[in-house]
Design a protein around this ligand. Structure first.
Ligand code: PLP
Length: 381
């Protein structure tokens, strides 16, 4: 495979490690002497069982997650989880209460979906201007301080999106036991949509009841959703919950209640092994800090570009930025494409630009982007 593919800054589905793609290509017709492609295997046969079991145990090793959590490979993406979560968990609260922190498009979608299943309220929101003395930040570019969150002690769970892929707002940490205690909600488990920074760094599972992530950013191809759920929270599905989405069924059958997305799980398993070979999530985190610091550092010294997110919550994975003169946007994108820098256009709901720099984007790709940013500024500044 060519070493010189264009750099791909897509927010997802996004770039995968070339070593993973090469291995998948080499094993395409005959997986480990089985005479079958992984796509052709029975999901209950010994070969796929081995693939699925290894994927689960490698993922547990990467995250440091023990048997008190079930690790499930599901379908429907994070969008389906927005409904599957309340269908499975909201019944833990007799009043069907669940609370949501809104920090952008994805958490707002989760909140609206959950409202179909119970009494959901907003625990905190960044839908206003924030003035931190030094500077003013617009709506959706910051995270409300935990001391201001209002969580009901009766809530079945507290939901947050730990990395807003569109706005580029990342929770570097989420509330710990002391902070949940201070909110008067010591027993309310966190439910985290971690789709777009899953596996980008170690994560603290001590307060997590459940975490979900669509694979198609850092974990593999579209088609598989990773669900990690504390076993004691399973078993409260509403009668309306489809049986294939009832966590107790999926956990009991080790993700094979019905035919799982076998090929997507296989590729995700190769990604997990690639991450272990890199040295695990602490090593990956260092690389992600280096890459994102380089990019934000560049924007902060420029008068030509702007990175709108508050420095304390800037995403290491999705870096939104604007050109101060937006009439140059199309020329910027055309030039970038010609320079081998693809998919830099921002999400249609916010405009501007966005560079997604997931695990598989090397520092070299980020430096190539910075070179282009400098060149374009010299040409048009
Ligand atoms: N949540 C986040 C944070 C996302 O980034 C996305 C998609 O990009 C979704 C949810 C929706 O995922 P899907 O399209 O797989 O349903």
């Amino acid at each position: 495979m060519s070493k010189h593919r264009p750099w791909n800054f897509s927010a997802g589905p996004s770039v995968l490690p070339e070593a993973v793609l090469e291995q998948a290509a080499a094993e395409m017709l005959d997986w480990h002497g089985s005479g079958m492609s992984v796509m052709e295997m029975s999901h209950r046969g010994p070969e796929f069982t081995q693939i699925c079991d290894e994927a689960e145990s490698d993922l547990r090793q990467l995250l440091g997650v023990g048997d008190e959590f079930a690790v499930l490979f599901m379908q429907g993406g994070a969008t389906a989880e927005n409904a599957i979560v309340p269908m499975n968990l909201i019944g833990r609260s007799t009043q069907k209460h669940a609370d949501y922190v809104l920090t952008g498009s994805w958490s707002t979608k989760s909140f609206k979906e959950a409202a179909k299943y119970g009494d959901v309220t907003v625990a905190a929101s960044n839908d206003a201007v924030f003035d931190d003395q030094a500077q003013t930040y617009g709506p959706l570019t910051w995270v409300p301080d935990v001391s201001q969150w209002r969580v009901r002690s009766t809530a079945a769970y507290l939901h947050l999106c730990s990395n807003e892929t569109i706005g580029g707002v990342e929770f570097i940490a989420w509330p710990d036991a002391r902070q949940m205690n201070a909110m008067g909600a010591p027993d309310v488990p966190l439910v985290v949509d971690a789709s777009s920074h899953f596996l980008s760094r170690p994560m603290d599972f001590s307060r997590v009841g459940m975490l979900y992530a669509g694979a198609q950013k850092n974990a593999g191809p579209a088609g598989v959703t990773v669900v990690i759920i504390r076993r004691d929270l399973i078993g409260h599905a509403l009668p309306v919950c489809p049986s294939a989405f009832d966590y107790s069924n999926v956990a009991k059958e080790q993700s094979k209640f019905n035919t799982p997305p076998t090929y997507a799980i296989y590729i995700a398993g190769l990604v997990f092994k690639w991450l272990l070979r890199q040295g695990g999530l602490s090593v990956i985190e260092k690389a992600n800090i280096t890459k994102s610091d380089a990019l934000y550092g560049f924007f902060d010294q420029s008068q030509f570009y702007r990175a709108p997110v508050h420095p304390s919550v800037r995403s290491r994975m999705n870096v939104p930025f604007t050109l101060v003169d937006s009439s140059l946007d199309q020329a910027f994108l055309d030039g970038a494409r010609a320079a081998g820098l693809n998919q830099l256009k921002g999400h249609k709901s916010v405009g501007g630009m966005r560079a997604s720099i997931y695990n598989a984007m090397p520092l070299e790709g980020v430096m190539a982007l910075i070179d282009y940013l400098q060149w374009f500024e010299r040409e048009h500044g």
